[in-house]
Design a protein around this ligand. Structure first.
Ligand SMILES: Cc1cc2nc3c(=O)[nH]c(=O)nc-3n(C[C@H](O)[C@H](O)[C@H](O)COP(=O)(O)OP(=O)(O)OC[C@H]3O[C@@H](n4cnc5c(N)ncnc54)[C@H](O)[C@@H]3O)c2cc1C
Length: 382
């Protein structure tokens, strides 16, 4: 074998960088190789919204100030599919940082910590005795597949593709806004629900704007995807003409992550870790990447079992909660009720933010009430 590494990470997005950074943080002499098919900086279709919980992860990785030069955003305004409206202050601020900047900073930080970063598109994996061989040339004691929604690593280890009903598709662009605009705005749409547009001001006179919906709903229109996505964005945010439009799909969490096989762990989008209620995936990517990096250091004999336990502890209950709520949220009336309640009660608003952007759970009694309510609505609507 040409080269032997302790850890090979495939993909240098938030999940892959977090994994590499954590491994070097815990064991500075670990030999860590990070492979990405792109050179950084590189763009990534995303809303660029980084939740407060993502910032916590950056602190855990030893990078508390990585995005401190970006303006914190405290105001969140949501219009429900039926027109209910809430505008409130979030308990902890979010940030909006273009991915072309954010991801490059993470990769730079990993490089500065001693991670070897190379441009390389991974195409093949083979299991060896106590190691994995990447593209026939590089052997690793552990591999972390953090290669995003279209993960090649996931396919190579035989983890099935994400079903359409758990896949969303979204387009994002950038629009000019007043520099003082600091409200994160979400406009939900009843037509083709679940579907929503967003405007997330960066703080420099631009805002990330976009529109997303479930893939089966898009297909049901019978129209070209581009026409639907661009058209709905322009319809919902007519005052914010967007440039640099770019679309991508989002593998939404089905309630249980798919953490890998053998000595290969999957993190971030490759593991299907996107919040099905909001499309948030950066926090999950940083968290799962960190946990996978930890497992590679702390359990070199069987990193996957350790990673699976870590993910279960950190996100298990939360992911089951979002799965139940995502089913209930198929009814737009459920969301109308949730938004109007949040408008009246700050603690409900805070709970929605925790579940939608963090690792929050809903008290069991409330979860049962949600399911009962959903079933009752289903009977009434049917
Ligand atoms: C339009 C849109 C809006 C979104 N908005 C938000 C938002 O506002 N907030 C939020 O939290 N989340 C949002 N998300 C989700 C978020 O973008 C993802 O969850 C997040 O990027 C996942 O990070 P990752 O590291 O797992 O994957 P990625 O960021 O996709 O990184 C994967 C990396 O792997 C590399 N790669 C791929 N294949 C290979 C290969 N074969 N070999 C080597 N390298 C490879 C790629 O070049 C890439 O750099 C949005 C998604 C979309 C599509």
């Amino acid at each position: 074998m040409d080269e032997v590494w302790d850890l090979v990470v495939v993909g240098g997005g938030p999940a892959g960088s977090a994994a590499a950074l954590r491994a070097k943080q815990l064991r500075p002499d670990m030999r860590v190789l990070l492979l990405d098919k792109a050179d950084f900086p590189r763009d990534k279709a995303c809303g660029d919204g980084i939740a407060a919980h993502g910032r916590d992860e950056l602190a855990l990785l030893g990078l508390p100030d990585l995005i401190a030069d970006y303006r914190p955003t405290r105001s969140l305004s949501i219009v429900s599919p039926g027109g209910s409206h809430v505008r409130a202050t979030v308990a902890r601020p979010n940030h909006v940082v273009p991915r072309v900047v954010f991801d490059a900073r993470l990769v730079d930080a990993a490089r500065a910590r001693g991670v070897e970063v190379r441009r390389h598109r991974v195409r093949a994996l083979a299991a060896g005795n106590g190691h994995v061989v990447v593209d026939g040339a590089v052997a690793a004691r552990a591999v972390i597949g953090a290669d995003g929604a279209n993960s090649v690593v996931r396919r190579l280890i035989g983890v099935p593709a994400f079903p359409d009903r758990h896949t969303a598709i979204a387009v994002r662009g950038y629009a000019d806004v007043p520099v003082e605009d600091d409200v994160q705005f979400i406009a939900m749409q009843r037509q083709g629900w679940p579907a929503y547009a967003w405007s997330f001001p960066v703080g420099d006179g631009s805002a990330n704007v976009g529109f997303g919906m479930l893939l089966p709903r898009l297909r049901a229109t019978g129209l070209p995807g581009r026409e639907v996505l661009h058209g709905r964005l322009a319809e919902l945010l007519p005052h914010l003409p967007a440039r640099d439009l770019r679309a991508h799909h989002l593998p939404l969490s089905p309630g249980r992550p798919r953490p890998g096989a053998g000595r290969v762990m999957l993190a971030g989008d490759a593991a299907g870790l996107i919040n099905p209620l909001t499309g948030e995936g950066i926090y999950y990517a940083l968290l799962s990447g960190r946990l996978a990096g930890e497992a590679a250091v702390q359990a070199p004999g069987d990193p996957l079992s350790s990673y699976r336990r870590g993910l279960g502890r950190a996100l298990g209950r939360h992911l089951r909660t979002t799965d139940v709520l995502a089913r209930a949220a198929q009814s737009p009336r459920f969301i109308d009720a949730a938004i109007s309640t949040a408008a009246q009660r700050q603690e409900v608003f805070d709970l929605l933010v925790e579940v939608g952007l963090g690792a929050g759970t809903v008290p069991p009694a409330l979860a049962y009430a949600v399911v009962r309510r959903w079933l009752a609505d289903g009977v009434r609507e049917g």
